[in-house]
Design a protein around this ligand. Sequence first.
Ligand SMILES: Cc1cc2nc3c(=O)[nH]c(=O)nc-3n(C[C@H](O)[C@H](O)[C@H](O)COP(=O)(O)OP(=O)(O)OC[C@H]3O[C@@H](n4cnc5c(N)ncnc54)[C@H](O)[C@@H]3O)c2cc1C
Length: 375
Amino acid sequence: MLFTSQSKDSLLKMAANIDPVLYAQTRNYIKGCVTKLSPFISRGVIATRDVMEILQGKGWTWKECEPLLKELAWRDYFQRVQQHHPLLHATAIKQEQSGVVNHGIPAAIFHGQTGIDGIDNGIREMLEKGYMHNHQRMYTAMLCCNIGQYHWKACADWMYYHLIDGDVASNYCSWQWTAGAFSSKRYIANQENINHYTDTAQTNTFLDADYDALREMPIPEVLQENQDWQPIHWSSSALKDAVQNKIQAFGSAADSLPVVMYSSYQLSQDDLVNIPHHKVLLLEPSFFQKFPISPNVMDWILNQAALIDGLTCFVGEWEEWSQNTTGHDCHFVEHPFFDHYQGNKMSRQWMFPEVDGYYPSFFAYWKQVEKRYTW
Ligand SMILES: Cc1cc2nc3c(=O)[nH]c(=O)nc-3n(C[C@H](O)[C@H](O)[C@H](O)COP(=O)(O)OP(=O)(O)OC[C@H]3O[C@@H](n4cnc5c(N)ncnc54)[C@H](O)[C@@H]3O)c2cc1C
């Protein structure tokens, strides 16, 4: 199994074994040495900054690490974008996607049957294991948006649903970037490019053409059928069923100890405050109804959460929690989705805390990083 739940110690060991130079040489290939840390970074088990500090501590130079640091920084960059565009999952960040003909998801994408093996293999891996290589995600997105001319929104919802590393900021920004709604140019890859990076050797497919021809091409027949799809509805009782037998419910405590709040994006195994406290995973049905995830992803999150010592769970909205459990000070780590919690908001472990604010491009963001943080 590719992604079992992991202790932070084992993740730190994985990070210590990264060879950033080999990473830089191979990361674009599906068989390349990528870190596979994304589910744990997304879910707050390990921070991008932890990885950076480990690389630095191992004596790698900034130059040797730069390609990997840049990838890690894309995540922090997208999180910054989300702070300024909280609706980036629903509305265009820069401009409307041009040339949209379809809404929904192509059935061939949904089933991993486009006929392009390098993409279909990635989709099937995602459906089975909840992970897809970055290049295959880009190929999938470009096939939907720039060849099939589907609007990015429903396709991005579908991918988010299946990814155990599902991160609203990274996912929707990447879809918008590929579709030209958060970039100046739409991304397209042809069969030759796909063969090169995905270890396939297909010819005579609908993508086996040069780039000018692909930009002018009518929508291929295989992408024309639209898939009818309804994600699972995470009602309060469905969430309670999922949690049952994995994490104990929070029983009303007779004491007035503070509470540290956990969420599906905050599964740190570190002690977040250094005084006695309760640990509570708050699962708000409204959040999972707005951003549905598959039962497999939910299962993975809960298994990972169960590794947090002493964690209990409360299924319900923040208002319900605060009305029913008065007398506990609350501590939580900042996140745009959990701004409605009240209490002591702790900062995240940004890699480059001084580079905050909104930058219209990663390039502009990275220029600021280089001015202040190289070693
Ligand atoms: C259409 C599309 C949708 C995506 N959706 C998500 C998502 O929901 N959740 C998610 O975590 N990533 C998403 N990504 C980004 C990227 O594909 C994954 O982070 C990466 O493939 C994870 O594998 P890895 O840990 O082996 O990556 P590595 O190549 O080993 O990279 C190391 C770390 O850098 C960060 N990173 C690398 N590439 C990116 C990137 N392009 N954008 C943001 N962070 C990056 C991740 O934290 C990753 O764990 C998406 C990319 C695309 C093109």
